[in-house]
Design a protein around this ligand. Structure first.
Ligand SMILES: [Cu+2]
Length: 214
């Protein structure tokens, strides 16, 4: 009798034909959000909300891109010697925490999934992205484009992606756009078979012995 185990999946994203010279020149592939949605059923349990920090320093939000599960709270501590603000007005979940002084923080809880574009109303160059997902299986790529999602149970999934500089057409660009813009997704690592009693998971990604879900 075989048992199907949760497993980590991983892959690599490469961004090609970027309109951002820094991405083309330095091959900085950070900030692509990747998540899995169950294709055939709801997740067995809702994702656990997190508390995450997106700091303000040197007139920048850092990290510039984060992903959190629905219900999570994001704090925007101000580490600069000047006032800042954080607001979002036209997508995802609108909010405005008002102006707040150096050394203080404001928080926002995100109640629904979607892409939230964050700005500071006194510094036009400040912006950030918060992708709120309704799944526990998500990741943001590192500079090399790598991502890893731990503890994915066997099942059928849809891979969803978001990238800030996707052309107009909504937060979720077309499949064709992604085919042109990205290559290198290890789709084979996403071949995780249904959990069928008596059948071994065909999970192809882990090279290490299966372990329990963490
Ligand atoms: Cu500011």
């Amino acid at each position: 009798m075989f048992t199907a185990y949760a497993a980590p999946i991983s892959g690599t994203v490469e961004i090609t034909n970027s309109r951002d010279a820094a991405v083309r020149k330095h091959k900085d592939y950070t900030g692509v959000v990747v998540w899995l949605e169950t294709a055939d059923r709801a997740p067995s349990s809702p994702p656990t909300p997190k508390r995450v920090q997106m700091i303000q320093r040197d007139k920048r939000f850092n990290p510039h891109v984060i992903a959190v599960p629905v219900g999570s709270t994001v704090a925007f501590p101000n580490f600069d010697p000047i006032f800042h603000n954080a607001f979002s007005s036209f997508s995802g979940q609108p909010f405005d925490v008002g102006l707040y002084p150096p050394g203080t923080s404001r928080s926002v809880t995100f109640r629904r999934d979607g892409v939230v574009r964050v700005f500071c109303n006194i510094h036009q160059t400040m912006s950030a992205i918060i992708v709120v997902v309704k799944t526990p299986w998500y990741a943001v790529t590192n500079a090399q484009g790598g991502y890893q999602i731990a503890g994915v149970p066997p099942g059928d999934y849809r891979l969803r992606v978001f990238y800030e500089r996707a052309p107009a057409g909504g937060p979720f660009p077309s499949r064709e756009w992604w085919r042109r813009a990205l290559r290198g997704f290890l789709f084979d690592s996403l071949v995780i078979t249904r959990s069928v009693e008596g059948a071994r998971s065909r999970t192809s990604s882990p090279k290490t012995p299966p372990s329990g879900r963490d």
